[in-house]
Every structure is written in C-alpha cells, then in structure tokens.
Ligand binder design. Sequence first.
Ligand code: SF4
Length: 128
Amino acid sequence: MRDIVKKEGFSFAFDPSACASCEGNCCIGESGYVWVKPEEIEAIANFLQLDQATFVEKHTRKVRFKRSLKEIQLDEANYLCEFFDLASKRCTIYEVRPSQCRTFPFWEHFINNRREVEKECPGILPLS
Ligand code: SF4
C-alpha cells in the first residue's frame, strides 16, 4: 500500500514514492533559497565530517540575517542545490536535509498555488 501524506489546510495529498522516479524537480529550477538553521548547519557539518565554520564558508551563503545552501548554475534558467547529485538524481545529505526540504510540498506558499506544485512534483495527488 502506498504511504500517502496529507496535511490539514492543503488541497492535495503527496505520494513520497514518486521521488524515486523524479529527476529532482524540487532541487533544480530557478534560483532560490534552501534555508538552513543553526541546528541544521551543525547536523549537516557533522554528517559531512566538516567543522561548522568550514561548512558555513564552503557550502552556505548569507542572505540578510539567514543562511541558504549554495546553488550551482546549470544553464541560463536553471540552478541546482549544491547537494543534489545529478548522476544519481539524489540528495547527498538526505538523512540530514534541512526542514525546508523535509516539509516539501506542504509549504504555505503552495496552499493557494496547487497548480504550481503540481507542475513541479509528480507526487502530488488529488485529495480522496
Ligand atoms: S538539501 Fe537535498 S533535498 Fe534539499 S534542496 Fe538540496 S539536494 Fe534537494
């Protein structure tokens, strides 16, 4: 049986098994931010066996008062998160990925933008 996820307030459900056949649509696209909180920085740095200062310097960028993971420009229109591996189509820090990634696609932004998330994510299902 598929493990379908629903969240109150959202007009769609999510099938996480769709990630297995996805090309990484939520990690590639127009330039954006993958926010990391201090405790997430600590967890990712530990996972990568880097000290926090080195991780922050090498893998994050400061945006006003917050930090985002760095991204890599693929072509004129597309960027990818530095931790997305194009060959395997997988997140290389999946076990310690930031909460922004864990909570996709149930982002406040998508509450009233179902069509937008449907275009991006093959795991979006109508509510049953
Ligand atoms: S941290 Fe992982 S899940 Fe989050 S955007 Fe980067 S590659 Fe994707």
